[in-house]
Design a protein around this ligand. Structure first.
Ligand SMILES: C[S@@+](CC[C@H](N)C(=O)[O-])C[C@H]1O[C@@H](n2cnc3c(N)ncnc32)[C@H](O)[C@@H]1O
Length: 219
């Protein structure tokens, strides 16, 4: 029997569960991102659903995202929060942040989402300095060469028992033992950081990639 391909499976999952969500907001956000010529490097709909389900599964109220782009994943994360929940999402590029802010407003989620503009390391340092931590979930999805630093911040800013999610961890030569890239360095650090218990969910879009899931057991 022929195997189903990633290109077939990803839309199958997205369509199967689409009726559970207000898909007009997601489609509208993607259209706005395309109209603004943003790079098409957002999570897929099926991965967005996975993020949404994980946020609900741990009853998260406070979520941190590193890498906003046009706010597509932010919509999946924020729509899983209760009305008094909060998502802080960090973005380097003011143009990306402006598109995200408009998409979040249009989806009626501005009351629970804050977009912070600037290099993530500076925004993360400011959060730490201001005592804003204890996140239930942190989602890392920005520049891959920053992942190792973002993991250090994520551990400090996520509560014990909370979850760190990291995207694209099976890409960029992840399986090459001789490679020295942001992702290979990150995977090694993730695997060997005491206090984290991790696994990877393979994700599908244009081929196979991965979403790492780590529980902060102790610090
Ligand atoms: C893969 S995209 C994020 C996709 C988004 N999470 C989604 O799925 O809709 C990565 C984003 O990280 C941003 N970025 C790159 N370097 C950054 C940095 N040093 N600090 C903060 N954001 C950064 C990029 O501008 C880009 O918008």
């Amino acid at each position: 029997m022929p195997q189903n391909t990633p290109e077939e499976i990803d839309p199958f999952i997205a369509q199967l569960f689409a009726h559970q969500h207000d898909s007009s907001h997601y489609e509208s956000a993607l259209a706005e991102m395309q109209a603004a010529s943003l790079p098409e490097i957002n999570v897929s709909a099926s991965e967005g659903m996975t993020l949404h389900v994980l946020i609900r599964a741990v009853a998260a109220k406070r979520v941190l995202e590193i890498g906003t782009l046009g706010g597509y994943s932010a919509l999946w994360l924020a729509s899983a929060l209760p009305a008094n929940g909060k998502l802080i999402t960090l973005e380097l590029d003011p143009k990306h942040a402006a598109v995200a802010t408009a998409n979040i407003l249009k989806a009626g989620l501005s009351d629970r989402v804050e977009v912070r503009v600037g290099p993530a390391t500076e925004s993360l340092a400011a959060l730490e300095r201001d005592g804003i931590g204890g996140f239930d979930v942190t989602f890392i999805d920005a520049n891959k060469d920053g992942y190792v630093d973002y993991l250090d911040y994520a551990i400090r800013l996520t509560r014990v028992g909370g979850v760190i999610l990291s995207d694209n961890t099976l890409t960029h030569s992840a399986l090459d033992p001789t490679a020295d890239t942001g992702i290979t360095r990150f995977n090694r650090k993730l695997a060997h950081t005491p206090g984290l218990i991790s696994a990877v969910i393979p994700t599908l879009r244009h081929g196979i990639d991965g979403l790492s899931i780590s529980v902060v057991v102790h610090k």
